[in-house]
Ligand binder design. Structure first.
Ligand code: RB5
Length: 176
């Protein structure tokens, strides 16, 4: 699971201090976690079912019932920590807009989460930026667009190219 971390240190020196816990690639299905608050509850339920049907191992971090008073950090932090720990290959974090989920997930070191609305970014975010958590808004994307984003995200693989490792190294080094 930690191949990139060791490779990047050994190959180019840009990997110092960089924590890349996720695998650089995968074949076919993966272990993937989902988390949402009430704002993305219906979408999360839909995606859990579709991902399982597609053969992925899915960990559902909740919410497990629709509760308009729940708070996205209570679900997104456990997901983000599991991704950062390498317990999951990827994560999907949803809230009403996806903004709160992405802000929350990125607080966890080792997470590279982004709010995605388009097909191009769902792929390039992984290939170039090693995105490991896809964030979406349950109130901003419909189920078919969301499923396209999820499939694109799960099929994409980080390139591991030197320029991207260099940039990711600078991102990590620039942490406040
Ligand atoms: C909850 O109403 C809503 O604020 C939340 O789901 C999310 O959109 C926050 O970014």
């Amino acid at each position: 699971m930690d191949v990139l971390n060791e490779d990047s240190k050994a190959k180019n020196g840009y990997g110092w201090g960089v924590y890349f816990p996720a695998a650089i690639g995968h074949e076919g299905t993966m272990k993937i976690g989902l988390a949402t608050d009430h704002g993305g509850f219906a979408l999360k339920e839909e995606l859990v079912a579709r991902l399982r049907q597609a053969g992925h191992e899915v960990v559902d971090f909740g919410a497990h019932e629709l509760n308009p008073g729940d708070d996205y950090p209570d679900f997104v932090f456990p997901l983000a920590r599991a991704v950062a720990a390498g317990e999951l290959e990827r994560g999907i974090a949803i809230c009403g807009s996806g903004v709160g989920a992405s802000v929350c997930a990125n607080q966890v070191r080792g997470v590279r989460a982004c709010l995605i609305h388009d097909h191009f970014s769902a792929r390039q975010g992984v290939e170039d930026d090693h995105m490991n958590i896809l964030c979406m808004g349950g109130r901003t994307v419909g189920p078919e667009v969301a499923w396209d984003l999820v499939r694109t995200f799960t099929e994409a693989v980080f390139s591991g190219e030197e320029r991207h490792l260099r940039r990711l190294g600078k991102v990590e080094a620039g942490r406040g």
